[in-house]
Design a protein around this ligand. Sequence first.
Ligand code: PGA
Length: 245
Amino acid sequence: MQKLAAGNWKMNGTAEVLAEIAALAAAEPTPACEVLICPPATLLSRLSDAAKGSPIRTGAQDCHANEGGAHTGDISAEMVADAGGHYIIVGHSERRADHAETDAIVRAKAEAAWRAGLSAIICIGETLEEREAGRTIEVVGGQLAGSVPDGATGVNTVIAYEPVWAIGTGKVPTLDEIGAVHDDIRTRLVDRFGATANDMRLLYGGSVKPGNAAEIFGVSNVDGALVGGASLKAADFAGIVSALK
Ligand code: PGA
């Protein structure tokens, strides 16, 4: 399995950030892992062009479930593919919170990514309230069951476990806590999908930085990271990429 360092730029960046791609490619010309940047949709095509000839791949942060039609402001998975993307993040907690995305909606978006020949990075994770109530495994297990479509394989699907309370906060679960959730996710996936689930990459996300990446990558069943803030600067993201062997 090739591990994955995925950057989620969220709603950050205009044309001048394209320089970060050249800097990242220069800092990590032959990464040991797969490297992915998901910029805002406005930059996807230009970033895909800028990444040509480097090992860096690009993707989107969301898509509509339909292929096209009267959906003002939305983009389809086919449009992401046309803009050079290889992956689509679906069900990020910010989309679930800001746009009321349910597990059923997330599942439909993952299927849309597959329809366009792309891989889906399906995000799940508990809130602080749910963690403090001792409901982490139940909540994450429920989102996993509801958001991952039948037909998921190690090729078309990546799972990102992102505790909502760890995103952008500088707070990170203990390594044991991360391991417990990732082990549980792996068990559930293998129960449902069989051996292909052993090839499905399970990313940890939430305040991953160059300083904590290596220890997080040492946790069982952590196959990479989904990185927000620290993916915006090439120097920081390169530090995370180099920690992923
Ligand atoms: P963060 O965001 O690295 O800034 O915590 C992670 C994410 O939301 O994917």
